[in-house]
Design a protein around this ligand. Structure first.
Ligand SMILES: [Zn+2]
Length: 471
């Protein structure tokens, strides 16, 4: 999300600084860059990167996530070569530079920093890395910048699809939000009625076949289709990386806002197919695709939506019964409340972007929003309709535009009033009243669902449904 925001800001800056009168030679106005990548195995895994400039521009480059590359070499038209230090991630190329080269030392990075989703991880001959760590990019990406990228030395799963001859034809923005990249490993594919998931399995699992991995991801993707009418993108990529010594299913997952988005999930190397029955990470990461990218970031809202729907979608698909879904929600609220004292929701969510309080106060707010929307509209519309409306408007949204979409679906002002009941008050203060109205009771024998004012709404939130079906 941070990367997407940067792209928007940079685009804005470059538009503002564009003072030269427009010339009507678009092919000449915009420099094209050519990236030649080579996956190297000897003496150890690395990626050699060559960036060929057209007419020596642009000259300022940076690594979005600096650290692993300390020098690049600039090759001039006259054959001269100059080694340049990378300072705070930046490099300014001398005039007359024809191309720049550097090596991203994957294995050295893993040795020094430990396996890391961004700077490098892997198993056997397969490696995983984030584009923002290893691909240098122009500091300012001008609109219309065309980029070609090709890779030799291994089979790769990048967020994009290559064209003829394996060449990726990209926009400059793709270098800003360049997602996750997988090198080597094996492939499987999930085909949904309206989407394809291209999956890279980046290493060895003791008990899991590649087909079991794809079956698990396919089920998670189907669950996303209980929230949105169609899977949110026609094609996404997923990289699965073994976590040595772990027995559970998913250990960690993340989505990056490349275009289309890219997901990577670390899975216990000792996991068994049956462990996936209780997995929530894959569906959670894919549920992030159902909401817009918030600019600027609002972690409590994006995580709240994905966390709420993680329980709801697993109930709608029948993977967990509705009582279990409510148990999971209540258990999450309790974990979020732990150690919170009397902090307001506003205080709780501003201290740490990814604390349990952020996820679960956000999930409680999402539940409340869904219930209020249903109540106001006679259970005809709900939070799903807000996501559908926002998706029709584009891939990103401001916080204000999200609120306006809620009000549009409600047919009356709702969002700000509900926000006022949550943000300035002690976190989870709304929980007891909301659950009572829904008829969700917690007793010594766990959660029970009883008749109450809004129990019909409660049952429609988590009721069984398949793709495209309204409750
Ligand atoms: Zn999340």
């Amino acid at each position: 999300m941070r990367a997407r925001a940067a792209a928007v800001i940079l685009l804005g800056l470059s538009l503002m600084s564009c003072q030269a009168p427009l010339r009507h030679h678009p092919r000449e106005d915009v420099a094209a860059l050519r990236y030649n990548l080579t996956y190297v195995r000897e003496p150890e895994h690395a990626v050699d990167v060559e960036v060929v400039l057209v007419r020596g521009t642009p000259r300022e480059f940076l690594f979005s996530q600096p650290g692993a590359v300390t020098t690049v070499s600039a090759h001039r038209e006259d054959g001269g070569v100059q080694t340049l230090p990378v300072q705070e991630g930046r490099v300014v190329l001398p005039r007359g530079t024809r191309f720049l080269r550097y090596r991203y030392a994957l294995d050295a990075s893993i040795r020094e920093r430990g396996p890391d989703f961004f700077q490098g991880s892997g198993d056997g001959d397969a490696r995983h890395v984030a584009g923002r760590a290893y691909l240098i990019r122009p500091r300012v990406v001008k609109p219309g910048l065309r980029v070609e990228l090709s890779l030799v030395g291994t089979d790769a799963l990048l967020p994009w699809q290559p064209g003829e001859n394996g060449v990726y034809r990209l926009r400059g923005e793709d270098l800003v939000d360049s997602g996750f990249h997988g090198f080597g490993g094996r492939r499987c594919q999930v085909r949904l009625p309206d989407a394809v998931l291209d999956v890279a399995i980046l290493g060895h699992f003791t008990h899991l076949s590649d087909a079991a991995v794809c079956t698990w991801l396919g089920k998670a993707a189907e669950e996303v289709r209980t929230v949105r009418r169609a899977f949110p993108h026609p094609r996404i990529t997923v990289r699965v990386i073994p976590a040595p010594g772990h027995h559970g299913p998913s250990v960690f997952g993340m989505v990056r806002w490349s275009s289309p988005p890219s997901i990577s999930i670390s899975v216990g190397q000792e996991a068994r197919p049956e462990d996936f029955a209780r997995d929530w990470v894959a569906v959670h990461e894919m549920l992030h695709l159902t909401h817009p990218v918030f600019v600027p970031r609002v972690p409590w809202l994006s995580e709240g939506l994905a966390t709420y729907y993680t329980e709801v979608a697993r109930a709608r698909s029948g993977r967990q019964d509705s009582r279990r879904a409510w148990e999971e929600l209540l258990g999450g609220f309790a974990r979020g409340l732990e150690g919170n004292d009397t902090r307001t929701m506003q205080e709780a969510v501003s201290q740490d972007s990814f604390s349990l309080a952020v996820y679960w106060t956000g999930a409680l707010f999402a539940l409340h929003l869904d219930v209020e929307l249903r109540r106001i509209t006679g259970n005809m519309r709900g939070l799903d309709d807000v996501l559908e409306l926002l998706a029709a408007r584009g891939s990103s949204s401001t916080f204000g535009a999200f609120g306006a979409a809620v009000d549009a679906v409600a047919g009356q002002p709702l969002f700000n009033a509900l926000l006022e009941r949550h943000l300035p008050r002690p976190a989870f203060a709304e929980q007891a009243g909301l659950l009572e109205a829904l008829g969700v009771q917690e007793g010594p024998n766990g959660v029970s669902l009883v008749p109450a004012r809004d129990s019909l709404l409660r049952d429609s939130v988590v009721g069984r449904r398949s793709h495209g079906e309204t409750p």
